[in-house]
Design a protein around this ligand. Sequence first.
Ligand SMILES: Nc1nc2c(ncn2[C@@H]2O[C@H](COP(=O)(O)OP(=O)(O)OP(=O)(O)O)[C@@H](O)[C@H]2O)c(=O)[nH]1
Ligand SMILES: [Mg+2]
Length: 300
Amino acid sequence: MTRSGFVAILGRPNVGKSTLLNAIVGEKVSITSSTPNTTRHAVRGIVTEGETQVVFVDTPGLHRPKSTLGGRMNATARHATSGVDVVIAMIDGRSEIGPGDRMVLSTLIEACGPTGPIPIVAVNKIDRTAHEVTAAALLAVAQCVEDLARDAGRSGVAERVEYFPVSAKTKRGVDALMSFIVERLPEGPFFYPEDEVTDIPEAEYVAELVREQLFSRMREEIPHSLHCRVTEYEWPHITVEILVERESQKGMVIGRGGQVLKDVGIDVRRQMPEGAFLELVVKVEPGWQQRDDILDRLGY
Ligand SMILES: Nc1nc2c(ncn2[C@@H]2O[C@H](COP(=O)(O)OP(=O)(O)OP(=O)(O)O)[C@@H](O)[C@H]2O)c(=O)[nH]1
Ligand SMILES: [Mg+2]
């Protein structure tokens, strides 16, 4: 009999959720960057080993939204906890537990309850913290969970929570986390073919790769103003349209003499099968982040 299950990964922006997903899957399926709010959709990463299949769901970072898009991203993240077997709340072990983390831990408590999904807290980025700092972070977050659960009238949840120090970047602690999850999965059928690592369509993935490269090159508010979508996918010809919100941002994205787009194209093609012709087009769509009609159309 096979075993299978779903695991949602929650956390405030930038704590390393997508990096953990990629580390677990062993392949890049979700884009990452040092800019908060990189992930905008629920991204599934599938791990199949022998008789076990685990589907990890990476989610947008929970945050205080400043745009209609931000509100939708939070809703996507919260929705991802329904129907799963395990919820991982991730925090950054380098920083104090702040209001954003408390919101995430409250969501964990709420989603798991006394009998629901298995609650896990992962303290990430321990490659950057001394042992005593990691230990202090684990104690602090456990205390925080206890307080939040008591205040929510759900004290029973706190004792169910398991704590794992990890580094998504170096993969330290990731095997222990994975073994813990695998051992607790229920019996059930596989949800995906054994050789599949994600359910993201190829075209969407290419658009994400373009967005990732732009995120690593753009500063200030520009990353948040970007949306990328494939408008033509006729292998080897692929056109990706880059939406910006203002005319002034268009010039920044294109770069002097088109240099930024040229570099983005080179770095994206490097991650694709050989022979791709990638065309990047920039278009202004005023205030798209705030407009429900456009967000619907763009699939948020
Ligand atoms: N040193 C260190 N850096 C890490 C680790 N995990 C992630 N990072 C870095 O932290 C930044 C954010 O990583 P992401 O995986 O994009 O974070 P996220 O939680 O998915 O962020 P959002 O999608 O914006 O919610 C990137 O620069 C990563 O390289 C880690 O274990 N150690
Ligand atoms: Mg992410």
